[in-house]
Write a protein that binds this ligand. Structure first.
Ligand code: LLP
Length: 381
């Protein structure tokens, strides 16, 4: 971003590098093309900014939604209904009806009562719902406990022990068309081996149902591919090749089957930064605080998940400043309003602009107005 523009911008504000977003999507599609049965849906929850959704839908990806609001946003951005999947443990009747009225590609169903409600509503509307059953595969994704989803104590998916019964129920309901199986083991996965375990578990399940005469058209392996929060400049684009290669190698699928992926973070995280101005430097006996104008209301990940985002000083007048250590904190009246502690940065001055990196996913969309603060807004470059 131009230095003059940067200096005059109001903060806090999200900055999106759209060229990087486009390069990321190109790299993703090229890596996914190793198998024509691979289809990627963008997990809309990561960032629903209209301009970003429009770019992703124009590139031909599908949309993975978790609410009626997300379905509407996806439709408005041009995602065709037959590329929209709808997940979530608590779909309301209104949301289900919205999905049915647009004849969306698939409902990812998370419980037997939900299956019965979808069947009843579909019957009332004189239609049939395409569904996939979300399985809880009981696999440890080795990520933060708030963003791991595939363990038996998690609320997501159907427990392995109830799978047979759920599949039987789905097959017996007249307004349900059972199309697939759905998995999602967690988010920000950096140990790819968890995906190998997922493939093995999926193979066992597919084989089990095959022996009972049930074939699935779609195997949806969810999302979760992690990014490099520590070195965003060294790894601006995730290693999509190794990711898709792993599924090609380990997931046993038939020529007629499709594999669906639902990536959110890996597509949008690195193109976004939160820009914030230094308000005050506060020297205390044991700590040196850099108090900035962004807070946990603008980017909640550090406060909520102890997540670390690289923090960089921007501008053309930073050379020659001595390196110092700071706790970078926001203005919110909460002790957890801390972006990071002991960060080494060139000596900071009031008015300096910091970039909090890798904030394109689960950043702006999770912002709140707590303390009656305005939402941060964005610049797209
Ligand atoms: N599919 C399902 C069923 C999901 O629940 C999620 C994310 C995704 C796909 C996309 O996962 P991704 O590829 O973005 O990792 N707010 C947290 C992350 C929550 C993720 C929720 N589910 C964070 O800031 O880290």
């Amino acid at each position: 971003m131009e230095n003059d523009l940067l200096k005059s911008t109001s903060t806090p504000i999200y900055y999106y590098d759209i060229a990087l977003l486009r390069r990321t999507i190109e790299s993703l599609l090229s890596a996914a093309s190793i198998d024509h049965r691979f289809k990627v849906h963008y997990a809309v929850k990561a960032n629903t900014r209209a301009e970003i959704l429009a770019i992703i839908s124009a590139a031909g990806l599908g949309a993975d939604c978790v609410s009626g609001g997300e379905i509407k946003a996806a439709l408005n951005a041009g995602f065709p209904a037959d590329k929209i999947v709808f997940a979530g443990v608590g779909k309301t009747d209104k949301e289900i009806k919205l999905g049915l009225s647009h004849d969306i590609e698939c409902f990812n169903v998370e419980s037997m009562p939900e299956l019965e409600v979808i069947n009843r509503l579909a019957a009332k509307m004189g239609t049939t719902a395409n569904i996939a059953i979300r399985v809880n595969p009981e696999i440890d994704a080795h990520t933060h406990k708030y963003i791991t989803t595939g363990l038996s104590e998690n609320k997501f998916g159907i427990p392995m022990s109830q799978l047979d019964e759920t599949v039987d129920l789905a097959l017996s309901l007249p307004n349900i068309r059972l199309k697939g199986l759905h998995f999602h083991i967690g988010s920000q996965l950096t140990v790819l081996d968890s995906y190998r375990l997922l493939c093995e578990r999926a193979n066992e399940i597919i084989e089990h149902f095959r022996s009972r005469g049930v074939e699935f058209e779609i195997i949806n392996v969810g999302g979760g591919l992690g990014i490099d929060y520590d070195n965003p400049d060294a790894h601006p684009i995730p290693d999509f090749r190794s990711y898709f290669q792993l599924f090609k190698q380990h997931l046993k699928i038939k020529p007629s089957q499709q594999v669906h992926f639902e990536l959110g973070r890996a597509i949008v995280a690195q193109c976004g930064s939160l820009l914030t101005r230094v308000l005050y430097i506060k020297e205390c006996p044991t700590r040196r605080f850099a108090i900035v104008d962004a807070g946990m209301t603008d980017l909640i990940r550090p406060a909520l998940y102890q997540a670390r985002h690289a923090i960089q000083l921007t501008g053309d007048d930073i050379t020659g400043r001595p390196m110092m250590r700071y706790d970078v904190v926001g203005p919110i009246c909460e002790s957890s309003d801390v972006f990071d502690t002991d960060v080494e940065l060139p000596e900071l001055r009031r008015g300096d602009i910091l970039a909090i990196r890798s904030a394109g996913a689960y950043g702006e969309i999770m912002a709140s107005q707590y303390n009656m603060r305005p939402l941060p807004g964005a610049i797209l470059d």
